[in-house]
Design a protein around this ligand. Structure first.
Ligand code: HAS
Length: 542
């Protein structure tokens, strides 16, 4: 990768990891406080650190890492450099995103935005928090447009050819992201900012939540898809194998594009203001969006088995032993895949109306998202960083650094296992999410949760140790590791596979997606505007 592209990518990745380090500290404190092990000083508030943790980890770390990773992969698969326009948009996007992050960060530190990462109304933040969030999103749009520019250039120069798989996946991810962020932009610009500026006395809460989840669920796929890009395209190369099927990989991304947006009501199954029929439609679409993940699981098993067998693994499970277990570039994402098996099963449980009534707003949900985004996605991003950072800095992942990376992965996995196991178990016993330490006036049920809360805090401690170790490894890989060439692993298919051209006809997919969105959201949103509580500007009843 040329220096200009490497610099841009590294700038994003490092902001991601600075946010990650601060978020890990806030996370550990919060686990300790909730577990009743420490008390916060009077100038710090539990919801403040919970917001800092959620915003920095789930919104800042992920978005910066994803943008940086995608830029690097697009450069690598389109000839080593980025188009001039892409570079310019990339840097302007970086400036906007960093400015937005600082604005949101300062308001959180000043305790003027303790609204959690979902900034769910009626919790209200300083307008600067919302403006900061908007800048973050606009910056990421510019990055997306930059990737589209590189894609167009590649297609113009290679007429009739199928685009590189990594680039195709990047384009699908950004289309998903840009469409998904439109409703939250509407929520922030027309509802939250005027309300927090005091221009309107109240807002339509139901509508604000609907607009949020219109964005909130595809947000989780914006986190997941870059991890899947690493699974489909990079991991096979690391283990010495091939992409299982080019068309299947592309089809799964198209399925995500179509089905990950019109499903937001599965986060609102317990909201009384949405009728059962509409919830049912969203649940059916949710169960459809599980399919591309099952396709991914199938592909990964196939890649592992065929590669293991080619390396001499025989019998039913002999291939398993042939996988490179001591290579952190493989081991970390593999652990992520393992976590995603219960993570996905938990998602299906959440999506079922009756079961959702048991788990909604309990700490089970917190357990669910720690093993999905906090384990499957985060461990994959760590695994990617172990080769991406040295590839960008022109250094090598030494044996010692690899060993430290293995230890770091083990700490993260054990910490996450303990913490999320405790969260799931407590959740089933009714422990609410989003609460400070409390025994509910020594209620016996709440007292029964206390041991689990301590396990949770212990898991959080291990995660913090792992986070520090990770930052040290990345500092080493950026500044101190020996100079040398590190491979940017991009796998090919084993034989020449023809890819149906329809998969790359974006207007068809965007048109279908628009249809699904109107089907799933058109009428309910109209209804929410029409039947809103009196005095809910800016969308007055007409
Ligand atoms: Fe979720 C809540 C449903 C996936 C994140 N989810 C959340 C929240 C977050 C989140 C952050 O229906 C909380 C939001 C909040 O603050 O309120 N989720 C699902 C469903 C899926 C799902 C159906 N979620 C994710 C992913 C996330 C994520 C991915 C982040 C990255 N989720 C819900 C629902 C709620 C929810 C409800 C609301 C709950 C409530 O009431 O509030 C599906 O996409 C899951 C499909 C996944 C699979 C797993 C496939 C397995 C694979 C691994 C294969 C392993 C291999 C290893 C190859 C079916 C691909 C090989 C092994 C060898 C041994 C060789």
């Amino acid at each position: 990768i040329q220096r200009s592209a490497a610099k841009l990518s590294l700038a994003y990745v490092w902001v991601a990891y600075i946010a990650f380090g601060l978020a890990a500290l806030a996370g550990m404190l919060q686990g300790m406080v909730r577990g009743g092990i420490i008390e916060l000083p009077s100038w710090m508030n539990y919801y403040q650190i919970l917001t800092a943790h959620g915003v920095l980890m789930a919104l800042i770390f992920t978005t910066f890492f994803i943008v940086g990773f995608i830029f690097s992969g697009v450069a690598r698969t389109t000839g080593g450099s980025l188009h001039g326009t892409t570079l310019k948009l990339g840097w302007v996007g970086w400036i906007l995103m960093v400015t937005g992050t600082l604005m949101a960060g300062v308001t959180i530190v000043m305790n003027e935005a303790s609204v959690l990462y979902t900034f769910y109304a009626p919790l209200k933040a300083s307008p600067y928090f919302y403006i900061g969030a908007a800048l973050l999103v606009v910056g990421s749009w510019l990055a997306g447009v930059g990737v589209f520019a590189s894609y167009r250039k590649w297609r113009r120069e290679n007429p009739g050819k199928t685009s590189p798989l990594f680039v195709f996946m990047s384009v699908a991810t950004y289309i998903l992201w840009i469409i998904a962020t439109l409703p939250v932009a509407v929520e922030v610009l027309f509802q939250l900012i005027p309300w927090s500026l005091g221009l309107v006395p109240s807002i339509n809460i139901m509508l604000s939540r609907t607009l949020f989840w219109f964005f909130g669920h595809p947000l989780v796929y914006f986190w997941l898809l870059p991890a899947y890009m690493a699974w489909y395209v990079c991991v096979p190369r690391i283990i010495g194998g091939h992409v299982f099927s080019d068309s299947l990989s592309r089809l799964s991304f198209i399925c995500f594009l179509l089905f990950s947006i019109p499903v937001g009501f599965h986060h609102q199954l317990m909201e009384p203001g949405i009728s059962a029929g509409w919830k049912m439609i969203h649940v059916v679409l949710t169960l459809i969006v599980v399919i591309p993940s099952l396709m991914t699981a199938f592909s990964m098993f196939a890649v592992f088995e065929t590669t293991g067998r080619k390396k001499g693994g025989s019998g039913l499970f002999g291939w398993f032993k042939k996988l490179p277990w001591s290579d952190a570039r493989f081991f970390a994402p593999f652990m992520g895949m393992l976590f995603f098996i219960p993570g996905g099963a938990g998602g299906i449980i959440n999506a079922s109306n009756q079961l959702n009534a048991v788990v909604h707003n309990t700490i089970w949900v917190t357990g669910h998202f720690h093993i999905t985004v906090g384990a499957a996605v985060a461990l994959t991003f760590f695994g990617v960083s172990f080769w991406l950072v040295p590839a960008l800095t022109g250094r090598r992942l030494t044996k010692t650094a690899n060993r430290m990376a293995m230890v770091q992965t083990v700490f993260w996995s054990v910490g996450m296992f303990l913490m999320s196991f405790a969260m799931h178990t407590m959740g089933l016993q009714g422990a609410p999410r989003r609460t400070d330490y409390t025994t509910y006036m020594d209620h016996p049920t709440a007292l029964g949760w206390m041991d689990y809360q301590r396990v949770m805090a212990f898991g959080g401690g291990l995660l913090f140790v792992s986070a520090i170790l990770l930052i040290l490894i990345l500092l080493y890989l950026t500044f101190y590791a020996p100079k040398g060439n590190t491979e940017y692993p991009i796998a090919e298919t084993e034989t020449n596979q023809t890819v149906p051209g329809i998969l790359e006809r974006w207007p068809v997919w965007i048109g279908l997606l628009a249809f699904l969105i109107v089907l799933a959201y058109g009428y309910p949103i109209m209804e929410q505007i029409q039947h809103q509580a009196p005095g809910s500007p800016p969308f007055r009843t007409w």
